[in-house]
Design a protein around this ligand. Structure first.
Ligand SMILES: [Zn+2]
Length: 509
């Protein structure tokens, strides 16, 4: 039986017949973790594409190699009677009752190999991301470029368990416009997929954006309180604004925020406290023209709402339930309030600070809605590894915060798939569940349009017969046709964390 079937397959691969559904013969073996089958089917799926269109199904999705070959819409009557013509495969996942989406794209990711002197292997972040349904990360600043580029090479060679990696290398600083151009060319030569910038003076920003355009590199901008703001990005052609700094700044009537006289920008508690009082100073009419100018100039927005959430609700951030089993001791140490660690600024953080930040979020979220209404592109990123955000979990929280901002779940999924692909210039092969696209997709236990929490790798809970039972979760993350079993990845992460905790010696004090 098996031999006969393989012969049929051999005839199909590489011929035009691949696009003709054939009757399945017998049962297909189940997919295996981390093993790519030549032809792999996901059966009876309800599909949510990344382009904002509604869910539809059932369908069989056929993957050949690393590419989506076919989506076969099924007639339930024919399925029941056994007359449906369905693609033959070497391995399958039965997605009856499940939702299948394009793999999520984390457009603002960081890879760190060490936090507060405690080693933290990349493998930890990679597995958490994959288990959260993330098949691509846009890395915007690692602690070590060589290590990052080596990880990207291993991913591309298929020798590691990792999402796709796009390396946006840090620009750092340059003393003169000419040196800024040299630096851009050097990053291009190093193999950058794009450049990440922070805090540049205007002449440097103008030169680096111009040179980036010349060499074909996209630019992600984490602005601070600078002499520039998003008007400069609009003029110079920045690809995406990260977080939100630089946007309300461009809408200040008095050009400068009203800081107290003892404000010190290098004091992170000061900086984050007063950042929470910035959106309220933006003039609504000016802000509207800032947002529409961003849209006209094609400047996208990766807001990373999740990474500031501790500022509006510290206790929520510090007590996330997945910390118990999945928080690496390196991160645990790094998250402790300490002026030496970036983002660990919660010293004397007050209810007053939280209330300002809650208002800050309301205005920020309204601006995001307006930006999209005007035609702007919003994408998602987790920015995890800072401020109590855990890799992967942070992106799902980001999606919930997009819901709080008032976006429809279909739009939110689009933010984290097709839109993010467009920000990276990969919209022709990533971010959609469509024949010809790379086979990056996820099988979710539950309907994310009803409850985004089903996307958390630990799932959620439901009441069945009066008892709380676990449900949801990303069951399978398929990257380039390779299926990864979510619960298996999470078990591996838990083991990694347990071993790292055991290896921690009591701190000498
Ligand atoms: Zn970041």
């Amino acid at each position: 039986m098996r031999t006969a079937k393989i012969l049929v397959l051999a005839g199909l691969i590489g011929s035009a017949a691949v696009h003709t559904p054939v009757e399945a013969q017998g049962s297909t073996p189940a997919a295996r973790h981390a093993v790519r089958a030549p032809r792999f089917a996901i059966r009876n799926a309800t599909i949510i594409d990344g382009n904002g269109t509604p869910a539809r199904g059932p369908a069989d999705i056929l993957i050949v190699g690393d590419t989506i070959a076919q989506v076969v819409w099924l007639d339930p009557v024919e399925v029941r009677s056994g007359r449906a013509r369905r693609p033959v495969a070497d391995a399958e996942v039965d997605a009856t009752g499940k939702f299948v989406l394009p793999g999520l794209i984390n457009a603002h990711a960081h890879l760190q190999s060490d936090r507060s002197g405690v080693p933290q292997p990349y493998e930890y972040s990679f597995k958490l991301w994959l288990a959260s349904g993330i098949t691509t990360v846009r890395e915007v600043g690692a602690d070590n470029n060589d290590r990052l580029l080596a990880a990207r090479a291993a991913e591309r060679a298929g020798t590691s368990v990792s999402p796709r990696i796009y390396a946006y290398l840090r620009f750092g600083s340059a003393r003169t416009p000419e040196l800024a151009r040299t630096r851009v060319r050097a990053l291009k030569a190093e193999g950058a997929d794009g450049i990440k910038i922070t805090g540049l003076d205007r002449d440097i920003l103008v030169a680096m954006l111009d040179e980036s355009k010349k060499v074909g590199l996209r630019v992600a901008h984490h602005a601070g309180v600078e002499e520039t703001n998003v008007w400069d990005d609009i003029a110079g052609g920045t690809t995406s604004m990260e977080h939100w700094y630089g946007i309300p700044d461009a809408a200040l009537r008095d050009k400068r925020q009203h800081f107290p006289s003892d404000y010190n920008y290098n004091d992170e508690t000061d900086r984050f406290r007063w950042a929470g009082r910035l959106w309220r100073e933006a003039d609504p009419i000016l802000l509207d023209s800032v947002l529409s100018s961003m849209v006209r100039a094609n400047v996208a927005w990766v807001p990373t709402l999740d990474i500031y959430e501790a500022s509006r609700d510290l206790q929520r951030a510090q007590t996330q339930p997945w910390f118990r089993d999945y928080l690496h001791p390196a991160l645990e140490e790094y998250f402790k309030p300490d002026p030496a660690n970036h983002g660990s600024y919660f010293i004397g953080w007050s209810s007053t600070d939280e209330v300002y930040w809650q208002e800050n979020y309301r205005i920020w979220m309204r601006a995001m809605r307006r930006f999209e209404q005007l035609g702007g592109t919003i994408a998602c990123g987790d920015d995890a590894g800072f401020i109590y955000q855990l890799y992967g979990f942070g992106l799902i929280r980001e999606m919930e915060l997009h819901a709080e901002a008032g976006f429809n779940p279909l739009q939110i999924i689009q933010h984290c798939t097709a839109n993010a692909a467009r920000v990276m210039g990969e919209e022709k092969r990533l971010g959609r569940l469509r024949p010809g696209f790379l086979a990056d997709l996820i099988v979710v236990d539950g309907n994310p349009l009803e409850d985004l929490k089903v996307l958390y790798p630990t799932g959620t809970t439901a009441i069945v017969n009066g008892k709380s039972v676990p449900t949801g979760g990303v069951l399978w993350t398929i990257k380039g046709g390779v299926p990864y079993h979510g619960p298996t990845l999470m078990a591996e992460v838990r083991d990694m964390v347990t071993a790292a905790r055991a290896a921690q010696r009591p701190a000498p004090r």
